[in-house]
Design a protein around this ligand. Sequence first.
Ligand SMILES: [Zn+2]
Ligand SMILES: [Zn+2]
Length: 331
Amino acid sequence: MKSIVIQKPREIILSEKEIPKPGPREMLIKVMASGICGTDIHIYKGEYLGSYPVIPGHEFSGVIEAIGKEVTRFGVGDRVAIEPNIACDNCINCLNNRQNYCLNWQAVGVTLPGGMEQYVSVPEKAAFSIGELPFEQGAFVEPLSCVIHGVERAKIRLSDCVLILGAGPIGNLILQTARLQGAAQIAVLESNPGRAELARRQSADLVVDRLEDLKPATYDVVIDATGAIPVMNRTMDFVRNGGTILLFGVPPAGKNIELEAFRIFQKELTILSSYTSVRNSFQAVNLLLTGQVKVAPLISHRLPLEEISNAFDLIENHDPKVMKVMILPNG
Ligand SMILES: [Zn+2]
Ligand SMILES: [Zn+2]
């Protein structure tokens, strides 16, 4: 089978290897759609502390090809999406329902072989049935799970005014879930015209391309989906007194943001971050299956495994047409 390997930063190869055999509690997945995420780009650029080589891909779906002896929930031919974070279920954080901080954390596509190959073995507990959901949409279960975790942490209330900074794939999913949470007014900051237009079609009330076009101190909840320090520094200007700032986008490591401590006090702000997800995959599958969250319009490119370097270049160079890039390892 064909497999993508990041040997070391900026060195990708397409390798041929044996199809793996699943262990007793594992399942062999024929990967049908595998989304490229910002994390894959970080691994590719070497902005990631783990060890190489890595087979990337943690946002994917496929068909079960074979199951281990002790697998009970699934059978061959079942269609599944993967929740890549594998918690040990036995450390102090797991035992306290905080699996996203598992002390023995492993992740498919980060520390374990991922979905940028034709077949991959994953633990049974990492798989979620997707029914008849198209595979490309199933590949959104992971990013949508993370967004659900973040939006639930932000506690958006009925009739809230929400500002979302950035409308890439993640900002767009935040927009859709914030609407479902009952936000009455949603404004979006996005300078890429294609992404701005999509946000408008996905129900944004106001889309602006400059912060100067937004009214200060207006929003109950301000959510950063850019991870850009200069944008994060401005969040406090737009949040209302008593409001909430959710820092969702992944910022560069080692950089500080500047938020005036007195204003945090005076505005009585809640400032939150959000780190991966905690068992939000069932919610994500349900929202996708029922069409409450629509992800088909977010897919801008469909490419074979062989094109992965080009796909990374497109994303890294901020090609204006890029939204979500899907790799289709089995055509
Ligand atoms: Zn991701
Ligand atoms: Zn643990």
